[in-house]
Every structure is written in structure tokens, then in C-alpha cells.
Design a protein around this ligand. Structure first.
Ligand code: NAD
Length: 387
């Protein structure tokens, strides 16, 4: 089997690791960072977890904090303009998946030079080149973007959430410090946690899974399964937050090397058209897509159920698979995941947008990695089912 492996060159993982940012820069031989973050990190003062040690080490830094949740191309272009005249030699991406993806996209567009547009890089094109070394520091336990070769940017011209893939989107290094995630509100804790779970599950069942991605996915499921509800109910539980943060990074490594599948393919268009946070749109789809796909990869789904603690080791595949479906429904109930209708999306808008969403889902390439590959009609059926 041929395996093409992608991972950051260095990862510093553990409670308080963010305070070692200056040592990380020193190791990489860089000293003039641009920090890309979001306004919440600034107003909560979380950004000081890296600014203080940078100040202490006498490292000057610029900050771009005008990022938005679920990043759009116009903000990336603004970031490129902001950075154009700065004397910088690296980028620190600090925040949830949105600022990290924004920083990655700024880095790709900066390398491409004048006239380049974000849409020039969407799959099936590749984005292998970036301007500067990028160090990613996640503050949510979710996307795994700190360890992936992807960035997801919405095209404001077409309302398409574009998947952009390549070496240029892979951080050179990451600092994974669960203490940064202690302040994540309950709703976002649930959404990002389900996102990480979905990454691990889709990587394990993906047609492009390989022994290395399997190792990451299995380790991620063992950490995420038993801790997902705990972090939602007990936000101050440090052990659970630490498990989720490491689990999310491992899940990122897993899907970056095996690809995601149908849930993510169908989820991005929901996010783009109806502004549903990424993890939440995954959660809306996860039970129905798993039911659709289950028998095409039953041993793998059953294994995932056992690893996550949803089924005892003694369960045969059929029973473990059934328990997985049951558990995913219960999980959505326990984590208060709304249906699209309960989220406030009008039936007429949902029905009208389905064909476009199905076309965009297929075009992203992700459904082709699913154990059972759907056509447009089947995708529309699932959209209709979950409303
Ligand atoms: P996010 O970055 O949009 O953050 C959600 C909210 O939580 C924001 O308001 C943010 O300010 C807040 N927040 C973040 N950390 C916090 C903290 N420690 N304390 C308090 N509030 C905090 O959400 P996300 O789910 O992390 O990222 C979603 C984005 O990531 C989407 O655009 C999605 O498409 C993308 N994504 C990328 C990849 C990838 O591989 N590149 C994978 C999955 C998802």
C-alpha cells in the first residue's frame, strides 16, 4: 500500500504549553511573527497567554484580529493587505478553527502574489505553497486544523464553502494547550467536540484510510468517546478538557491523512447557505449519514463504537453497529443539537437549496471517500430526512 503522510514538523502538547511560544519560534529560527486571531481572543484576554511570553522574550509582534467565524474570502484578502507591508517572518494562528483557517489562507494567498483569488485554490486544485512558516495554536477542541493540510473558506460570490487542500495549508508546528479551551462556552464545546468525533469516525471508515491514519483515528476515538458529554456538562473538568484537546488533534492527523467523507461533504453547504456552525451541521447529519453508510463498512463502524465506549468489546459487529446508531441519536439529544428546522431554517429555503447543496457536496470530493458512495438524489434524500 502506498501511503503519503502529512503532519506538522513539531508539536508541543500539554497544559501550559502556550507559554513556551518563544522557545518554539527560536527552534524554528523565526522571530518576527504576525498573530492572526479573532476579536473574542482579544476581549477575553486569552491572547495574553502568548503575548506575555513573547514580550518577555523581547519578540515584537503584529496582530490581525479582524477575522470572522467560518472565514470568508473577503476577510482573507483584507488580511493579505494588512500583512503586505509588515516586516514578518512567520505567522502564529491563535484561536478556534476559524482564525487558524484564516491564517492558513492568508499565507497561501500571500505566496501566490497579486491577482490571485482564494477560489483559484479550491479542490481539485492544490495549494502546496505558503509564504511563511505557520505555527497553529488551537483554543477549541474540535477542528484539528492545527494538524491538517486543509483550510475551509467561503466564496462570498457563490456562497460556497470551499475546501482548499495542500502542503501550503499544513502548519509547520503546533502548540496544543488544553488550558486555552477551558473557557469555551457549552454550545461551542458540544459542536467542536462532535466535529472532532466526526473526523475520527470518518477517517476510520474512509476509503482512503491507511494503517497510519487508523492509528490516529483509533487513539482519537478512545479519548473523545468517553469525554464528549463530560466536557459539555463539566466545563471545569481539566482531565476531560485535556483528553478532548489531544483527541481533536489526533482526529485532525487522522483525517488529514485519510480524508473526511459524506458527513463533511454534506455539512459544508449547510454552513455556507444557512450559517450553521461547522460542528453543529456535522452533528445534524451524523446519525442519518451513519445509518445510510453502516452496512458498507460494518466492521469499522462496530470497531469505532467499541473504541468510543458505546458498545462493549464482547458485542458482535451487528449489535455494536446498532448501538452506534442509537448512541449518536442519544448524543445529539444530550448535547441539545437542533434539527435544521429547530435551528430556524424555513422549510421553503431548505427545500429550494437542496439541489445546490447536493451539487456542492459532491463537487467537494468528500462523498467519494464514503464507504457507500451516494449520487445527488440520495444526498437530497438525506437532506430531506434530517430537516
Ligand atoms: P470557531 O473558530 O469559529 O470558534 C467558535 C466560537 O468560539 C467563536 O466565537 C470563538 O471566538 C469562540 N472561542 C474559540 N475559542 C474560545 C475559547 N477558548 N474561549 C471562549 N470562546 C472561544 O469554531 P471552530 O469550530 O473551532 O472552527 C470552525 C471553523 O473551522 C469552520 O470554518 C470550519 O469549516 C473549519 N474547519 C477547518 C478544518 C481544517 O482542517 N482546516 C477542519 C474542520 C473545520
Amino acid at each position: 500500500m502506498d501511503i503519503s503522510l502529512f503532519a506538522p514538523r513539531h508539536m508541543d502538547i500539554g497544559g501550559g504549553a502556550a507559554s513556551r511560544i518563544a522557545a518554539m519560534l527560536h527552534r524554528l529560527g523565526v522571530s518576527r511573527p504576525l498573530i492572526v486571531t479573532d476579536p473574542v481572543m482579544v476581549s477575553l484576554g486569552l491572547i495574553d497567554r502568548i503575548r506575555a511570553p513573547l514580550d518577555q522574550a523581547g519578540i515584537p509582534h503584529a496582530i490581525f484580529s479582524d477575522t470572522v467565524p467560518e472565514p470568508v474570502d473577503t476577510v482573507i484578502e483584507a488580511g493579505v493587505r494588512f500583512a503586505a507591508d509588515l516586516d514578518i517572518d512567520c505567522i502564529i494562528a491563535f484561536g478556534g478553527g476559524s482564525p487558524i483557517d484564516t491564517a492558513k489562507a492568508i499565507n497561501i494567498l500571500r505566496a501566490a502574489g497579486q491577482g490571485a483569488r482564494m477560489r483559484d485554490f479550491k479542490v481539485p486544485h492544490t495549494a502546496d505553497h505558503a509564504a511563511l512558516p505557520l505555527i497553529a495554536i488551537p483554543t477549541t477542541a474540535g477542528t484539528g486544523s492545527e494538524a491538517t493540510r486543509f483550510t475551509v473558506i467561503t466564496d462570498t460570490g457563490t456562497d460556497e464553502k470551499m475546501l482548499i487542500a495542500g502542503l501550503g495549508a499544513l502548519p509547520v508546528a503546533a502548540i496544543v494547550d488544553f488550558e486555552l479551551s477551558m473557557s469555551v462556552p457549552a454550545r461551542t464545546t458540544a459542536d467542536t467536540g462532535i466535529d472532532a468525533f466526526t473526523h475520527a469516525l470518518e477517517a476510520l471508515v474512509s476509503r482512503r484510510a491507511n494503517p497510519i491514519s487508523d492509528g490516529y483515528a483509533r487513539a482519537a476515538l478512545r479519548l473523545i468517546g468517553p469525554n464528549l458529554r463530560t466536557v459539555y456538562r463539566e466545563p471545569d473538568n481539566r482531565a476531560a478538557r485535556a483528553a478532548m484537546m489531544l483527541g481533536a488533534t489526533l482526529a485532525g492527523l487522522a483525517f488529514s491523512n485519510a480524508s473526511v467523507a459524506l458527513v463533511h461533504g454534506m455539512s459544508r453547504p449547510i454552513g455556507a447557505h444557512f450559517h450553521v456552525p461547522h460542528g453543529l451541521s456535522n452533528a445534524m447529519l451524523l446519525p442519518a449519514v451513519t445509518r445510510y453508510s453502516l452496512n458498507a463498512a460494518l466492521p469499522r463502524y462496530a470497531e469505532a463504537a467499541r473504541l468510543a465506549g458505546f458498545a462493549p468489546d464482547t458485542d458482535a459487529d451487528q449489535l455494536a453497529g446498532a448501538r452506534l446508531l442509537e448512541e449518536l441519536e442519544t448524543l445529539n439529544h444530550d448535547l441539545a443539537v437542533p434539527t435544521p428546522s429547530a435551528f430556524g431554517i424555513a422549510r421553503s429555503d431548505w427545500d429550494r437549496t437542496q439541489p445546490t447543496m447536493a451539487t456542492q457536496a459532491l463537487a467537494s470530493g468528500s462523498p467519494a471517500n464514503n464507504p457507500l458512495i451516494p449520487d445527488e438524489t440520495q444526498i437530497m434524500k438525506i437532506y430531506a430526512e434530517i430537516y
